[in-house]
Design a protein around this ligand. Sequence first.
Ligand code: GSH
Length: 253
Amino acid sequence: MLELYHGGPGANSLKALLPLHEKGLEYRSHLLNLIEFEQHEPWFVKINPNGQVPVLVHDGRVITESTVINEYVDECFAAVPLRPAEPFGRAQMRVWTKFVDEYFCPALSFLGWHAMIRTAVSGLSKEEFEAKIARIPLKEQQDKWRESAAQVWTPAQLDDWRRKVRVSIQRMDKGMQGPWMLGQQFTLADVSLFSMLIGMPQRYADIVNEKDSPKVVDWYARMMERPAVKAVLAIPRPAAQTLAARQAQSGAR
Ligand SMILES: N[C@@H](CCC(=O)N[C@@H](CS)C(=O)NCC(=O)O)C(=O)O
């Protein structure tokens, strides 16, 4: 029996959701609202001491880290393979998934948090906010919540993260080997990259567009046609709904 704790189709949660759907696997879905800090509640921190999603539970055993989850799922349920069969292809795939985890995702994440967290927590008093922060197990995540709510990141930091996002897209465009990142086979490299790219043609139109990254634009259109992608994108994203409601409230004030 498979269970997935996730925040809906965005970033690392999207990354772990996609292979389950590509493989047609049944799983019990546990949807958390990240803006309501549900991932830091004691019951969830017992499951993942980092207080983060996604988390896969397979026959009662817990697996964390989206990239690790995806390789695990592919090993256990190999009927629809999402990794190249030969070692060189698998190495190439891992260069992409590592690049996403260490370079692309962090830059994109800081920009996203800077854009949304202040509004997301605007309804909380200082004391309520600090009480929420006190429950976050990772010091780095406490800092990220506090700093993004206080908008302390400098224009130079924001520019550098934006530069990294542009570099990531350019690297993808140059590296595209066929209809999918590694050529003819759809792999976990596509899954990882798409989990970051989702919504970017709209939100980062100056970076992801026909002129500057034509292969990425074509690949993104192909991704959006995949039945598994359509199914995953239909799953609600509670944090996005909460954020939209708070944005509407703060716009009305
Ligand atoms: N390295 C972890 C990172 C997980 C992660 O950053 N999760 C985010 C959602 S994409 C999260 O739970 N954020 C809420 C928080 O940290 O409070 C992975 O790849 O699974």
